[in-house]
Design a protein around this ligand. Structure first.
Ligand code: AMP
Length: 597
């Protein structure tokens, strides 16, 4: 192991051995720097005392911060919330009253993020020696930038990183050519053109690729889908040494022309041979035979993509979920990156921000007692060094850039310790997503139930590719509102969309009806009481949508301003447009045949 890697691991050890001390210093530093801000003066009257902070500064959701953010966006001074100039606003996928949340960011945040990112390779290197050899094929995307009325750029966390001078320097250093995606293609804000070029580059370098990934698992399934539709084009480009005219972005054309400098019919034939074989089980390993692992977040709602990723890698490539981050702050790293997906735990790095936790009980039982907008008593919070094994918590963060005791909205469970640092399993975002009567189903409940139900598809070689839900309340008055699930199902044996539908039609009706009732029986006690005793909730419905629907749904949200790199299928649909889109693709519908037990 080289000196740099050793240093990084030593630093992790130092930080995790002294969690309380590091955290205390971070809070001290934040208070020292920011005590004169309007926000802190309001609650602490200029004091820099940590006890005073804990007693007087309220625990808040974004709603409480938004007025300050808006004032800064409109041109007021950053000193409303932080002593440093706010240089950009980071656009979160989380929304507040239908609009993306904007998180303040200061110049030095980038140093913290670069430090965080620099730990990933040394951690991996312990388990996969020579991890940085060969090339990495990572799919990242920037989003078209907007600015606040006073001209501050608003970007996603990934766009900020890709556009930073640190990254630019790395990307343009000729001695550092270990990524397949050309810098100009990464920076192209036309997502389809960027995706096309990044995949094509990955294919050109197929024999050198040793690791592949994206921020979230869902992006890799997008890659498969684009590959399915375009592999003939990719082969043609490689065979002729000419980029397809559908790519019109000049920067993309220019960087790809360097990669396609001469026709390579031999490589084109290899790829054609692999892609024309169906099914595509193991396609990742066939196209990128030296790949050692797949890197992407596969926890939380991303867990549902694990079977698909395992299918496309034929179970041969470990799935590595190595970081837990957000627009507010980069939180933690996975110190055992090759662990089983169900054991993934993130060790929060105590120097990234000041972390506190709202206790939610041993199994999250208190979750419902602390609603999203409920006031949280200040003395209920516990410190990072005080969380207890097995317990669930909601994460609260304080940053240098002006977030104070901000509820991130994520539910985490402590499942171990590294030195004195707790390691957290990511459970879900806390928000309740479905509710008709007293029933309150959150993302985790829904996902768990669907995980059980989708197993019923396995004997038919069918995979649940994606899902979402909504409450059909149209029958609520006088009738019963009910849960509707939209499922996109794919069959292994065939890659043809027309056959896919025929296959679904051929599935015994009973199978999907059984899936409906299985989901219901896995949902919680209150749901089942509402369904059976109170009869206030109607039978659950599964609507099977055409293949490709969820991709269209993603395009829909991207057109509305979502970012592809951060995109996560919403597990519940509230937008009328999105609902209309889904409903227009419904091919079959199934209703729960009986009351749940
Ligand atoms: P954003 O602010 O849009 O980047 O979204 C941040 C949110 O994404 C976090 O608060 C989590 O809810 C989710 N997230 C980030 N990293 C992971 C991960 N490794 N596994 C599951 N969810 C994650």
């Amino acid at each position: 192991m080289d000196g740099k890697n050793k240093e990084a691991l030593k630093e992790i050890d130092r930080l995790t051995a002294k969690v309380d001390e590091v955290q205390e210093n971070i809070l001290k530093e934040i208070l020292t720097q920011n005590s004169a801000t309007e926000y802190l003066i309001k609650y602490m009257k200029g004091s820099k005392n940590m006890l005073e902070f804990k007693q007087s500064v309220p625990v808040v959701t974004y709603k409480a911060i938004r007025p300050y953010i808006q004032r800064i966006a409109n041109g007021e001074d950053s000193s409303l919330i932080t002593s440093h100039p706010i240089t950009e606003m980071i656009m979160s996928t989380g929304t507040s009253e239908g609009k993306p949340k904007l998180m303040p960011s200061i110049e030095e945040d980038l140093d913290r993020i670069m430090f965080f990112v620099s730990l990933i390779t040394p951690i991996m290197n312990q388990y996969v020696p020579g991890v940085d050899e060969g090339k990495g094929m990572y799919f990242y995307f920037v989003k078209k930038e907007i600015s606040t009325p006073c001209g501050l750029p608003c970007r996603t966390a990934i766009s900020r990183l890709l556009k930073s001078k640190h990254f630019k320097r790395l990307a343009q250093d000729p001695s550092n050519d270990n990524n397949t995606s050309p810098y100009q293609a990464l920076l192209c804000s036309d997502i389809s053109q960027s995706m096309y070029c990044q995949i094509l580059a990955g294919l050109i370098y197929r024999h050198q690729v040793q690791r592949l990934g994206a921020a979230f698992a869902s992006v890799l399934l997008q890659v498969i889908s684009v590959l399915e539709r375009n592999w003939v084009r990719f082969c043609n480009d490689i065979r002729t040494g000419q980029l397809d005219p559908i790519i019109t972005d000049l920067e993309c054309r220019s960087c790809m022309s360097t990669l396609l400098s001469s026709p390579d019919p031999c490589l084109a034939n290899e790829i054609e041979d692999i892609c024309s074989r169906v099914p595509w089980k193991g396609i990742f390993c066939q196209l990128w035979p030296r790949a050692k692992f797949i890197e992407a977040a596969i926890t939380g709602s991303m867990a549902q993509y694990i079977p698909a990723l395992e299918y496309y890698s034929d179970g041969k490539l470990p799935l590595v979920s190595n970081m837990y981050t957000s627009s507010e702050c980069f939180f933690g790293v996975n110190l055992k990156p090759l662990c089983d997906p169900s054991d993934v735990a993130y060790t929060l790095l105590p120097n990234m921000g000041y972390f506190e936790f709202i206790p939610l009980g041993e199994n999250g039982t208190m979750l419902m007692n602390v609603g999203e907008e409920d006031e949280v008593p200040n003395d209920k919070l516990v410190d990072l060094a005080q969380v207890r094994l097995g317990c669930h918590y909601e994460l609260v963060v304080t940053t240098f850039a002006g977030l104070y005791r901000h509820r991130v909205g994520d539910v985490l469970q402590v499942i171990g310790f590294h030195n004195r640092a707790p390691q957290f399993r990511y459970i879900c975002r806390r928000d309740v997503i479905l509710s008709v009567d007293d029933d309150k189903t959150n993302e985790e409940d829904l996902q768990k139930s669907i995980n059980v139900a989708k197993k019923l598809l396995e004997p038919y070689s069918a995979l649940l590719m994606d899902y979402t839900s909504y409450v059909d309340a149209t029958t609520m008055l006088g009738g019963l509102g009910h849960y509707v699930l939209y499922w996109e199902i794919r069959f292994h044996e065939s890659s043809k969309a027309d056959n896919q539908l025929a296959n679904i039609a051929a599935l015994d009706d009973k199978v999907l009806q059984e899936c409906c009732i299985t989901v219901e029986e896995e949902l919680d006690y209150t749901y089942r009481i509402c369904r059976t005793h109170n009869k206030s909730v109607g039978p659950l419905e599964i609507r099977v949508v055409e293949p490709g629907t969820f991709e269209e749904l993603m395009d829909f949200f991207i057109n509305q301003g979502a970012s592809i790199s951060q995109y996560k299928t919403p597990r519940c649909i509230r937008s009328e447009g999105a609902l209309k889109l889904l409903n227009s693709h419904v091919k079959l519908s199934f209703i729960s045949p009986r009351e749940p037990k």
